[in-house]
Design a binder for this molecule. Structure first.
Ligand code: GDP
Ligand code: MG
Length: 587
């Protein structure tokens, strides 16, 4: 029976056998007869695979690697298949204006309503239900950094931004930042003027200050809703939810629940008891237990779904946040998740992505990979980069480390994070690090035995930390070492040109008098005319007193100097003499 065998750029022996509907050992035997020993898990290149498939009598269809990605996310749904879905809301604002309090207040008043137990747990997002039974999903990861990190990965999750402004403090720098983030994301704002219970609360002031940042509230003819709330006194929460739902209605948010699920990773961690756990926000379709899902380079069969109240559920629909258990490792936040047909498809996708990631990151810098080597190697470059692979115990700390390191960077020196992730340091991390000559930083995680041996063999340095501050401090030291030293000048003296002699074979010689300090042979000199530096000369080679070479000449004495090829010396010029020392710098 002749089959159409699809062959990607690389394929395992097992996959190829499966696609030809033969046993793996038949392929192995065939290759053995050709003089090649392979194992069932070995990868074959497309040419070899094609040869085998043709020999087995099948039609071959070659596909390019990137075709693998095709169809991972499906085309848009037909309008008639969609139904309204709850809005997804992010809460942003200046520090201490009450983001966390507001999220907590909404959760405690509206989540547990009518639920048994009602124990809430932190899963990165939760849903609240209004008195009318309408639902709103809140992302429980306040902060612009998380928001923009998601956006940077191309994840569009937030429909509406609630901007929290404290009524007693008004618009502050991070309020402005939040406005910019929301605008960049095209997400409409709803302003929650918080702490309205305070005697010094002044909502009108907030309105006026917002106006300066082009946020025009409805009472002034604009489009932005504004709601006065108190998170601690639980005032205005229902009004805020109503405003959100009104905005959602205007936006006509819809999704098709009756299809295979697609979603976005909100958070992921390695849980001691439960293994990799990813919080997924379902964007469309319905995610079910038993589905085979892929997110980034992670995949797995959904073993369990846990909602924001810690209850096991069988499925999750559009805009519902849910914890997914059963992935092989924690994916990165912002990564798209989708259900795929089968395990083979999941493997094909994840193996391809893993390969692409490795190729992208593996910009070889060369050999050694200890921090000391790196410093030595990079010291002479203009912009120095410290390549790093970072593994941490939870997504939160890993992201904190990465962003702190990124903040350390300047125009001249910066950390280049080749890869950051959650979980033990693996052989793949070591290989990645080796490829770029990077050390590996482990925060509260250790290397597996195999990874440790590989690192020793390959000369890749692994450093362990358990305190973020220590880690940052150490790396700051290393990066400081990469900074080119500052050159500091010390003034030695000035000499004035009294006369210029033209001497055959030697050229112009300046007869000078030292008017300040000393001039010294071997020191640096520059020529100054009318208080303007007209020439930087380098070191002073010739310094004479009455035809005698001398090492230095003191204030008030006369001397002769020659400046090699620089012949434009004039009477009245000053020769400034100085030393340069290099001073180590730190960040
Ligand atoms: P965040 O930094 O934006 O997350 O702000 P928090 O939620 O941590 O709140 C900062 C401080 O403001 C805490 O001490 C809260 O108790 C207080 N706070 C928050 N909301 C209110 C409110 O509505 N009224 C009053 N009086 N205090 C509030
Ligand atoms: Mg907070």
């Amino acid at each position: 029976m002749v089959r159409d065998v699809v062959i990607p750029d690389v394929i395992t022996v097992q996959d190829l056998a499966q696609r030809m509907a033969v046993r793996g050992v038949d392929v192995i035997k065939f290759l053995m007869r050709q003089g090649t020993m392979v194992r069932i898990t070995d990868v074959l290149d497309a040419d070899t695979a094609e040869l085998i498939a043709t020999e087995f009598g099948h039609q071959v269809k070659r596909v390019s690697e990137s075709d693998v990605e095709e169809g991972f996310l499906a085309a848009a749904d037909a309008e008639e298949d969609t139904v309204p879905r709850p809005p997804v809301v992010a809460v942003m604002g200046h520090v201490d204006h009450g983001k966390t309090s507001l999220l907590d207040a909404l959760r405690s008043t509206h989540v547990a309503r009518g639920e048994t137990g009602g124990i809430t747990q932190h899963i990165g997002a939760y849903q609240v239900t209004t008195e009318e039974g309408e639902r709103v999903t809140f992302l429980d990861t306040p902060g612009h950094a998380a928001f923009s990190a998601m956006r940077a990965r191309g994840a569009h999750v937030t429909d509406i931004v609630v901007l929290v402004v404290a009524a007693d403090d008004g618009v502050m720098p991070q309020t402005v930042e939040a406005i910019s983030h929301a605008k960049a994301a095209d997400a409409p704002l709803i302003v929650a003027v918080n702490k309205i219970d305070k005697p010094e609360a002044d909502a009108q002031r907030v309105v006026n200050e917002l106006l300066q940042h082009e946020v025009v509230v409805e009472s002034l003819g604009g489009e932005t809703q504004i709601v006065e709330v108190s998170a601690t006194q639980k005032i205005g929460l229902e009004d805020l939810l109503e405003a959100i739902l009104l905005q959602a209605e205007v936006m006509d948010l819809r999704a098709n629940p009756d299809r295979s699920a697609e979603g976005v990773v909100i958070e992921a961690k390695l849980d001691k008891g439960r293994g990799p756990v990813a919080t997924i926000l379902v964007k469309r379709g319905t995610l079910k237990r038993g589905d085979i899902v892929v997110a980034g380079s992670a995949w797995g069969r959904v073993r369990a779904l846990v909602n924001d109240r810690g209850e096991q559920v069988l499925q999750a629909g559009p805009s519902e946040p849910v914890e997914v258990l059963g992935l092989d490792h924690p994916p990165s936040p912002g990564e798209a998740l989708a259900v795929v047909e089968d395990e083979a498809r999941a493997r094909e996708l994840t193996e391809y992505r893993e390969r692409v990631r490795r190729e992208k990151a593996a910009v070889p810098v060369g050999g050694g990979a200890s921090l000391a080597d790196m410093m030595a190697k990079l010291q002479n470059k203009k912009v120095s980069e410290l390549p790093l692979v970072i593994k941490g115990d939870v997504q939160g700390s890993t992201e904190a480390i990465v962003s702190s390191l990124e903040k350390l960077g300047t125009d001249e020196v910066r950390a280049r994070i080749l890869h950051s992730g959650v979980g033990a340091i693996t052989e793949s991390d070591v290989l990645l690090a080796k490829g770029s000559g990077a050390p590996i930083i482990g925060f509260n995680v250790r290397a597996s035995a195999q990874a440790r041996q590989l690192a020793e063999r390959e000369g890749v340095e692994i450093r362990y930390y358990s305190i973020i501050y220590d880690l940052i401090d150490d790396l700051k030291g290393v990066m400081s070492g990469l900074l080119a030293p500052t050159l500091r000048e010390t003034f030695l003296g000035n000499a004035q040109v009294l006369e210029v002699f033209d001497i055959t074979k030697v050229g112009k010689v300046a007869g000078c008098r030292v008017t300040e300090g000393v001039v010294r042979r071997g020191a640096k000199v520059r020529i100054i005319r009318d208080n303007v530096v007209i020439q930087e000369m380098g070191t002073l080679q010739t310094l004479k007193r009455f035809k005698e070479d001398v090492a230095e000449v003191n204030n008030g004495m006369e001397c002769g100097m020659n400046f090699g090829s620089f012949q434009d010396i004039k009477v009245g010029d000053y020769i400034e003499c100085f030393n340069v020392e290099s001073v180590a710098r730190s960040l």
